[in-house]
Ligand binder design. Sequence first.
Ligand code: FE2
Ligand code: FE2
Length: 258
Amino acid sequence: MTDKAWLDKLAKAKEGQYIPAPDVARDVFQIMNPSNADKQVALYVALLGKSRPLCGADAIRKLVEMNVCLKDNSLGFSNGFIKAHNRNVEVYSRAVCKSLGYGNLKTERIALSGEFHDIGKIAIPDNILNKPELLTDDERRLHIRPHPDTGAYMLSMLGKLFGVDFEDVIPNVRYHHEWRSGTGYPYGLRESDIPLGAQVISVCDVFDALTSRRPYKGPVVSEAALEIMAQEAGHFDRDLLEHAKNPLLKTFAELHQH
Ligand SMILES: [Fe+2]
Ligand SMILES: [Fe+2]
């Protein structure tokens, strides 16, 4: 899809205009896996015919799983580190929100945002995702930097497809790589311009990335991860980071006890 076509669709989606479901499905699947898009639209239509109504987040999980089944040469989300990472960020976000005293609904919406925060990475080629060396600047610019917008776009399209309201989730996904100092991406937002949910996810995202193995690096221990984050002055809100410490450490221990 060209940038212009994409922006037109986004504008339409924002205006709440009706876009026929198979068209939406085609766009979403094009992003997920261009070579299998037509096959997936056919599957999607069959799925709707058989098991309507799938609703809300369940529908999207199903779609992502479906996509993974068809990605024959990919780690995708089925067994790769991204699936574990999305789940970890969901669990960390829930724990941090609870310790901040957020209500159940707000907590669960931010946790859902955490679960889907990197959904846009499904559009990144596997050789980039699994590259054992650090990425080059060009590779980051071309493949990594667009993923928050890709994810936001996919959720907005998937929301249309299933009549699900992701209005509050989409900004958390779109802005999860913004830093309070204005040096994040893709928009360089500053301080309180970054939604609170996105800031919570950002803290949990970086903590999980530091404490996990990646193709290009080993994990650091949880306390060291928090120290590194505290030294990154300006990336995170200091109060938020302070509040997040205990729930992150406790949840880390729970996630890694087996
Ligand atoms: Fe991300
Ligand atoms: Fe992430």
